[in-house]
Design a binder for this molecule. Sequence first.
Ligand code: HEM
Length: 380
Amino acid sequence: MSLRTPVMRANQLLRLPVMPLRPRGPTVGRRFNSTQSTKSNPKVPPPSPPRASASPYALAVVGLSGLGLAYYFFGTDGSARQTGRELDSKARGALAAVEGKVGMRRGQEDYQKVYNRIAGMLEEESYDDGSLAPVFIRLAWHASGTYDKDDKTGGSNYATMRFEPESKHGANNGLNIARDHMEQVKKEFPWISYGDLWTLGGVCAVQESGGPTVPWRPGRIDGFSHHVTPDGRLPDASKAEDHLRQIFYRMGFNDQEIVALSGAHAMGRCHTDRSGFEGPWTFSPVTFSNEYFKLLLDEPWVWRKWKGPAQYEDKKTKTLMMLPTDMALIKDKSFRKYAEKYAKSEDEFFKDFSAVFAKLLELGVPTSQFAGEPWQMRTQ
Ligand code: HEM
């Protein structure tokens, strides 16, 4: 199948250098060889222990959860319902912690099956540049990036983007496409929580597009609509470095991590009917690479003259774009040194991206809900 985008085709006509797509297998992206994988993540934790039978404590927690649900459904007034929901999510959190501790949780091979299923659905010729990977990465990021380290609300634990108003927040425009695809997977693997499913989808999309292995572990639980956080927690692309710092420091990240995370814009594109912005950041938007940083630093960027929101275009081909927040990474001195480091070395970028993306995906999940060290899921 052809993965040549209109951008690539235009470049070929203009005889401009086209970024080759990395050799691709039956799914999307280049395989990662074992040396590289080990380099990114030297520790490969052993598979989790087999599931044990339910402990009396776990059964008590299930009972408590049932009580919470009963209270929720049969409670007569709003506050009774609210208390019921609180009880239920507390009990589910406690159950997840117990499951993790006593080894009741499903093992890595069960989650690998889900990973493989997602990997199998990434390539979709009729969609954008031929891959759903970019929109899956964006779903995982937006599901996690609502976290506030001070009050510990938001993050990936409760998969609150299933609920309004979060599903309708402007920043999440277009993510219904990713959620709908994930729903098909959820039907086949109903035991997985939405938070685990969406974050595993992000990991799969990065790895299968030629990116680094990203340590990941299950443990998130499904929450209720009252866990939804207010609009405005995700970054506004029209703003500058102060805004980026305010948003990402709130999640608990530093300057280096902000720059590494932004490198995900090697993948995908902006859509006028979603964010209002338009175009891809790189010539190969289905390949995870450090091209974003190279182009950011090497190309001359000028304001695009158009009716849409203020964005940059590359002077030479006018086919690529940068957001004002992308440009902030080279205008700000502290950010720029990391952008330069990642432009010089893809290995450094992959190493740092792997660590910070794994951290992002665990925001808001109490450590007690995890069953041990993260795993490395096998690239297909
Ligand atoms: C630094 C602040 C960020 C801003 C202001 C920002 C903004 C945007 C915008 C406006 C779009 C276009 C959405 C559309 O029209 O479809 C987009 C797409 C995307 N973003 Fe970001 N983003 C940021 C950080 C991140 C991070 C941290 C990640 C992941 C680690 C990420 C991953 C992506 C991906 C993969 C796409 C492409 C989606 C697609 O092709 O459908 N972004 N981003």
